[in-house]
Design a protein around this ligand. Structure first.
Ligand SMILES: [Ca+2]
Length: 97
């Protein structure tokens, strides 16, 4: 799970953004400021999340705010924040059950 690897960043939005930036920069080795779908898939895999091709496409569509077909850093940070928020909701549901 991605969120299991985040540790303190789970509860610290600033730290989470820094972790996202660190990951983003690792995959944007050329320093283009963009990552494409294939790179996103690899990045998420390294982060501990294996996604299917259709999940990647969904993610690209929902995260690509400026619709240029690539993920920029601010879009990637939003993905990470959404992952944490989704995890919180799942955890809360488990407590209720
Ligand atoms: Ca974009």
């Amino acid at each position: 799970m991605l969120v299991d690897k985040l540790g303190d960043a789970m509860n610290d939005p600033k730290l989470l953004d820094e972790k996202a930036e660190e990951l983003f920069n690792k995959f944007d080795a050329q320093g283009t400021g963009n990552i494409d779908a294939a790179t996103l898939k690899e990045a998420m895999h390294v982060a501990g999340v294996t996604l299917t091709q259709s999940e990647i496409v969904d993610m690209m569509v929902s995260c690509d705010a400026n619709k240029d077909g690539l993920i920029q850093l601010n879009e990637f940070q939003a993905v990470m924040r959404n992952e944490v928020a989704a995890h919180r909701r799942r955890s809360a549901a488990c407590v209720v059950l």
